[in-house]
Design a protein around this ligand. Structure first.
Ligand code: NAD
Length: 425
């Protein structure tokens, strides 16, 4: 019997992720008790976060942390600052983290958190005060052996540094292992800041290999979202010889028919924060970017951007999901029916971030730090092996890459749960 438990976190993204889980569970003939447990998170914390603005007034915003499942190890997942963050979105992303960690064989579970605010208008000091108060509000819910946050959309390594410092001040000694994705100077890992984007590219290289193709100057790319994930993927691909035709951010998209000069784009962003006004390219909308005629499309911004209508007009050959949940359920169906676009699903494509977060966590626990080349090589081995396993499984079972990835991840959790047994029995 399917329990009706999800009302409080019921929203579009949660329904989409839960539906994906249910489809995979059906194909796996998943144990009914495991099914009912995994389709909802373990627990959730909702906090009100009061913080002082620079004008002296106090603003109160909503903060969230959701634990989905910790059968394989401590909860792990990012913290997002975005005006649309809500309990359902965070719960959905926590569920995806559970499958992702299992899929790439990390001894970690799935969590996610965030604050419902647009951080762009806030000053650095305001973001710092909000982050510190949020950390103190969730202090009892996180811990280096319990739940380890990381950056996500709207947060960065500076935010992680403030979280680490606040948690350490509360507990009375330095606890760098409480977060990952922090600056190298306070125990971050070399290679972490670019890990998610690099992992996307390692998956693209594996996909091309599976199609008996290679990456060269004829490989054209469009990337939605020029933040942590998108800019690192762009840089890596350009370094390998591909031509990045278009990138975008929340303000605009920019396009150049011979390929963008990424050094110039990067310097512009450093000076101006946003792409708007970049002089040496044509400006296009985010919707137009998604429908460009390119070989590889990388959505690396928000969820649900590829709708059914956009899916019908896609002209790319491959989609590598840097973002979580960029394709709606309906659009996914359209793309599967078209059979001319190879999709590398989010749980695999963007797993490079959590893999190197795991490296950072264990380096911190051991106080023994690795060289960047070692970090990149080990991440490449793990993500490429995961790609090959999923690809083979998808071929053998005649299912999509997304279905194969979900089935393998969910099956692993299910076997672990059955092995651990049920408490209190
Ligand atoms: P970020 O905040 O560094 O960058 C996000 C980029 O997307 C910015 O350029 C922003 O302007 C743009 N953007 C935001 N909303 C947009 C919209 N509606 N349309 C177009 N552009 C928009 O965030 P990030 O860390 O790069 O994360 C991007 C995605 O990747 C998210 O879905 C996140 O969950 C996922 N992800 C990130 C990591 C990581 O390590 N940072 C790991 C795994 C998955």
């Amino acid at each position: 019997m399917v329990e009706k438990l999800q009302a409080e976190w019921d929203n579009d993204l949660f329904t989409q992720v839960q539906q994906q889980f249910e489809n995979a569970a059906q194909k796996l003939s998943l144990d009914e008790n495991i099914f009912n447990r995994l389709r909802v998170p373990d627990k959730a914390l909702l906090v009100s976060v009061p913080f002082r603005l620079d004008d002296g007034s106090i603003r109160v915003v909503s903060g969230y942390r959701v634990h989905h499942n910790d059968t394989l190890g401590p909860y792990k997942g990012g913290i997002r600052y975005h005006e649309k963050v809500n309990l359902g979105e965070v719960a959905a992303l926590a569920m995806l983290m559970t499958w992702k960690c299992a899929l790439v064989n990390l001894p970690l579970g799935g969590a996610k958190g965030g604050i419902q605010i647009d951080p762009n208008p806030l000053s650095r000091n305001e973001i710092q005060r909000m982050t510190r108060r949020f950390t103190s509000e969730i202090n009892n819910f996180i811990g280096p052996d319990v739940d380890i946050p990381a950056p996500d959309m709207g947060t960065n390594e500076q935010v992680m540094a403030w979280m680490m410092d606040t948690y350490s001040q509360i507990h009375g000694y330095a606890i760098p292992e409480i977060v990952t994705g922090k600056p190298v100077i306070i125990g971050g890992s070399l290679g972490r800041s670019k890990a998610t984007g690099r992992g996307v590219v390692y998956c693209i290289l594996e996909a091309l290999k599976a199609m008996h193709q290679t990456l060269d100057t004829q490989t054209t790319v469009a990337i939605q979202g020029y933040g942590n994930v998108g800019s690192a993927a762009a840089e890596e691909l350009a370094g390998l010889g591909a031509r990045v035709f278009a990138v975008s951010d929340v303000t605009t998209g920019i396009y150049h028919e011979e390929g963008l000069d990424l050094n110039k784009v990067q310097s512009w962003i450093q000076k101006n924060r946003f792409l708007e006004g970049f002089p040496e390219a044509q400006s296009i909308s985010n919707e137009e970017l998604l429908q460009l005629q390119v070989k590889i499309l990388i959505p690396a911004a928000a969820e649900d951007v590829i709708t059914k209508e956009i899916a019908q007009n896609l002209k790319c050959e491959m989609i590598a999901e840097g973002a979580n949940g960029p394709i709606t359920l309906e659009a996914d169906k359209v793309i599967n029916d078209r059979e001319d676009i190879f999709v590398i699903p989010d749980v695999l494509a963007n797993a490079g971030g959590v893999i190197v977060s795991y490296f950072e966590w264990i380096q911190g626990l051991q106080n023994f730090f690795w060289k960047e080349v070692e970090v990149n090589q080990r991440m490449n081995e793990i993500i490429s092996h995961a790609f090959q396993t999923i690809y083979q499984f998808s071929q053998d079972k005649k299912v999509t890459m997304r279905m194969a990835a979900l089935m393998l991840g969910i099956d692993k959790i299910s076997r672990a749960m059955l092995t651990r047994g049920f408490f209190p029995g």
